[in-house]
Design a protein around this ligand. Structure first.
Ligand SMILES: *[C@@H]1O[C@H](CO)[C@@H](O)[C@H](O)[C@H]1NC(C)=O
Length: 260
């Protein structure tokens, strides 16, 4: 797709030496691209991105207009305040809810699949008529973690959790075909439980240079955009040393913002 921003910069470059550094914030895309953050003020650095989340149930600041905030029930301990937070989010335009963060990892929410399914049904399923419900997001660890944990969770849900989107994370090197194969494997796992949409709520090429991360982003973002089963994705993440640097987009942040 021809980029409007490229056209704009090319046009202005003829008239002025000063190229604009970012597009107007009001002009948000309907893209699958999301911004994950802890500091809400960093989200406005991104001119592209239709949704955002912070591993929490409240926005914690203000997001640019046109960006959907997606609350998360992080794990055990999130019960208090959840219903009030969801009411606030729904009233502010949220249309999706995220389940637990990396329940398959002991250092994250660390919940076994059976307990997770019961907790999910108690706290998140009641909103199935008001929002699209997303599964817990698993790591890409091998069995019993990752997609194996997800299969057990979906089995334990027994079709009663109300989930219509499956979420997962991916951290590995910058091998593009390995990433695409893994996404396809996750799509197959979801499909075998009657779920036709997946979200990659965290992913990053790790242990490689910023140049290699930018090249990885420029390869996989267009591919993700073309996959009908991929609903949304979010590269890790809007924070200093990652997608931002000193209050501006970093090299990887610029690549992620402009990739299409
Ligand atoms: C990616 O990984 C596969 C093995 O999974 C390997 O065969 C292939 O050569 C790798 N590609 C690159 C560009 O390193």
């Amino acid at each position: 797709m021809v980029s409007f921003t490229t056209f704009l910069i090319a046009s202005l470059a003829g008239a002025s030496l000063a190229a604009p550094t970012k597009a107007p914030l009001a002009k948000r895309s309907n893209s699958k691209k999301g911004i994950s953050y802890n500091d809400a003020s960093l989200v406005s650095l991104f001119s592209d991105g239709s949704w955002a989340y912070n591993w929490d149930m409240s926005v914690g600041g203000s997001l640019p207009s046109g960006v959907e905030y997606v609350p998360m029930f992080w794990g055990t301990g999130s019960e208090s305040g959840w219903d009030a937070a969801v009411q606030t989010a729904l009233a502010s335009g949220s249309t999706h809810l995220l389940g637990f963060n990396e329940p398959d990892l002991s250092s994250q929410s660390n919940i076994d699949a059976a307990t997770a399914a019961a907790l999910y049904k108690q706290y998140i399923t009641p909103y199935a008529s008001q929002a699209t419900l997303v599964t817990p997001a698993v790591t890409n660890g091998g069995a019993p973690m990752g997609l194996t944990w997800m299969e057990q969770f979906l089995t334990d849900c027994n079709g009663e959790c109300g989930v219509t989107v499956m979420a997962f994370h991916y951290y590995a090197d910058d091998n593009v075909s390995n990433f695409e194969n893994y996404v396809n494997q996750a799509i197959s796992t979801a499909a075998s439980y009657g779920i036709s949409e997946v979200w990659i709520t965290e992913f990053q090429a790790t242990g490689v240079s910023d140049d290699a991360q930018a090249a990885f982003i420029n390869s996989v973002v267009p591919w993700l955009d073309q996959q009908p089963a991929v609903g949304r994705y979010s590269y890790f993440y809007a924070a200093d040393g990652y997608l931002t640097s000193g209050g501006a987009l970093s090299e990887t942040g610029s690549a992620y913002n402009s990739a299409e």
